[in-house]
Design a protein around this ligand. Structure first.
Ligand code: ASN
Length: 622
């Protein structure tokens, strides 16, 4: 088929989003071995994906000259481009250990800024443990991390591998759900609320105490209010050490004292106690309570969760009250997987003392538990419901549409007024600050244009994503750069925002600023993390442009920030060549000086230049 025909049949105009797939193993990529049993099959999955028209659009890949895999076009906003990192060895998930969680964590950390979202292909058997562990390890996560797998290998005609993989890729590439989640059987579940509930059903996972975060039917329905946002003004970080001295002790009526002693003795530092019903132990078993009490007084963290699949521990019975007196921590409605992995995480924090660790175990830190005092916003006070009622709007679809119009509009009034008090009031009425308007712009986009630092801080700390892209693929960071709000740029970067898109485009922005002598813009781009040596499409750097257009202030700024004097453009010209050609004497002198100095330490150069031109000064725009 000719390129012309293929180009005319594919849509090249859609924005792209990039997803990284980490393939750890599991049935999804298994084949039967010579004994007739399923086993991991290295180097088989990627070629199979490449030859599956539902998972790779060869025409689009050819037309755009990409070596990555490309999802065929669908009704969503982005064309998903994905790359697969296959682990060696591939593992049946029953063989996975803490070290494998670390491995995944490290890979996501190392590639975090290069991708919009992540999919982890994983065996189903221990998937709920890995999902829970990763959810705690990933601090200040701002992007979607979706774990999936299948019950039947993807190579077989009838199975769940294809739909699980497709759904995960579409969700990870199109929706910012900043959590570790599990996608299975058309449902997206919170990872640390999930358990494997069926050995052979394709509906193998459930989150018994929490609703799905999204369901995939004719349409994709995302339950935005249920999404958990980590609201610290900090960057994504991975806790790369976990404490393995934990165990799970399920009570049963004839349990002996010595069994309990074995579980609680060193090196155990954390024990998940699975008790009866609403958190009960036999109150007539003094031996048992004494052993637990002795362990908690030694500093062992003992967390109480129920053996029931649904519901929470509480202190409504005398039998449960006894545990509290023995120093046991209520684990509310945590799954065993969540409670156990949360202990591995909490116990690994060197800066937390025992009191803090106990406090954290009962706090809701990643959406893993529902405590008594924490409830999701109820609809009673919902602003949209009030308006919907007044307008006689009854269907949930219409109510949703009304919310999509009202939330961003009403939030934007408070943002452009710079009124945090009003934002607080709106919050009480259930206004969703993350909602975007018809141009996909959030309240944070607007706040970053306005440059009101307090409002930006308020919105980020109330969960509005720094990664949200509007219809023009602009992030809040790009808006802050556009208006040179340096303090806002710094806050965004501190909170995990980063530049996205083709580096050559960023090179183009640097060149444009340098050509105009716009040092303030260069500073903005520098603060946003741009590489001052990033060339544009013609291999020109900002230093070329500043030299060519005779802007010594920009030249000095760039030299101070490690711009290379030996960079050559497509015509093999250096910045100095350009300055000389245009007879820009002062600039040429600076460049000559810098070039002579190249072998000397950069710091020496810095001191010299600094005396004539100050460092980046962060100023607030009024
Ligand atoms: N034993 C497999 C695993 O956990 C089960 C599966 O993936 N369905 O790796």
């Amino acid at each position: 088929m000719s390129t012309m025909i293929s180009c005319s049949t594919i849509n090249l105009d859609k924005p792209e989003s990039k997803v990284m797939v980490i393939y750890t193993g599991g049935t999804i990529g298994m084949l039967r071995n010579e004994d007739g049993v399923l086993a991991p099959a290295p180097n088989m999955l990627i070629p199979a994906l490449k030859n599956n028209p539902y998972l790779h659009d060869k025409l689009y890949a050819e037309a755009t000259d990409t070596t990555s895999l490309v999802l065929p076009d669908c009704d969503e906003k982005y064309r998903v481009i994905y790359t697969v990192l296959e682990y060696d060895p591939l593992l049946d998930s029953s063989n996975m250990t803490v070290d494998d969680w670390m491995h995944i964590g490290k890979d996501i950390r190392d590639h975090y800024e290069k991708y919009d979202g992540f999919v982890i292909l994983h065996g189903t058997d221990t998937l709920a443990y890995s999902a829970s562990a990763l959810s705690f390890m990933f601090e200040n996560i701002g992007k979607s991390v979706i774990m999936t797998g299948s019950q039947i290998p993807i190579f077989e005609i009838r199975g769940d591998g294809l739909s699980n993989m497709l759904g995960s890729l579409i969700l990870a590439g199109n929706y910012i759900i900043p959590e570790v989640t599990v996608y299975f059987n058309n449902k997206l579940l919170r990872g640390n609320r999930t358990s494997k509930v069926h050995v052979s059903s394709l509906n193998a996972f459930d989150s018994p105490n929490f609703p799905p975060l999204a369901t995939v039917g004719i349409k994709i329905e995302v339950n935005t209010k249920a999404i958990f946002h980590q609201c610290d003004l900090e960057k994504f970080r991975v806790q790369s050490v976990l404490n393995k001295n934990v165990c799970l002790l399920r009570l049963f009526p004839c349990i002996t004292t010595s069994t309990i002693q074995e579980f609680l003795r060193p090196p155990a530092m954390g024990v998940v106690l699975q008790t009866y019903g609403s958190g009960n132990v036999p109150s007539n078993r003094k031996d048992l309570l004494d052993e637990i009490s002795e362990a908690t007084s030694r500093g062992v963290l003992v967390v109480n969760i129920t053996q029931c699949t649904k519901g929470s521990v509480s202190d409504i019975y005398e039998t449960g009250e006894a545990l509290k007196k023995a120093g046991v921590i209520p684990g509310f409605d945590m799954t065993p997987e969540a409670a156990l992995t949360k202990l591995t995480y909490t116990l690994s924090k060197p800066d937390w003392d025992t009191t803090k660790k106990r406090e954290m175990m009962q706090a809701n830190i990643r959406g893993e538990l529902t405590s008594h005092d924490q409830f999701l916003h109820t609809n009673e006070n919902d602003f949209v419901d009030i308006v919907a009622h007044a307008l006689n709007i009854n269907t949930s679809e219409e109510r949703k549409q009304l919310g999509a119009i009202l939330y961003p509009a009403i939030a934007s009034i408070a943002v452009s007024d710079g009124n945090t008090e009003m934002l607080d009031n709106l919050k009480k009425y259930g206004v969703d600050f993350s909602a975007s308007n018809m141009d996909d712009r959030t309240a944070l986009h607007l706040a970053c244009c306005e440059g009101n630092l307090a409002i930006v801080e308020y919105l980020i700390s109330h969960g509005v994503s720094v990664h949200a892209k509007d219809r023009f693929d602009h992030t809040p960071l790009l808006d802050a750069i556009q208006f040179d709000h340096h303090d806002v740029i710094q806050l965004l970067v501190q909170s995990g925002a980063h530049l996205i898109g083709n580096p050559r485009v960023i090179g183009g922005e640097l060149c444009k600023a340098a050509a105009k002598g716009n040092k303030r813009r260069l500073e903005s781009l520098f603060l946003a993390g741009a590489d001052m040596n990033q060339p544009d499409f013609s291999e020109r750097t900002a230093l070329h442009m500043a030299a060519l257009h005779d802007h010594p202030e920009c030249v000095s700024f760039l030299l101070l920030h490690k711009a290379r004097t030996d960079a050559v453009d497509l015509l093999k010209l250096t910045p100095l060549d350009m300055a000389r050609m245009k007879e820009n004497k002062h600039v040429a002198e600076l460049l000559e000086f810098a070039r002579e100095d190249e072998d000397r330490q950069k710091t020496d150069l810095g001191i010299k230049l600094e005396t004539s031109f100050p460092e980046v000064v962060i100023t607030k725009n009024s």
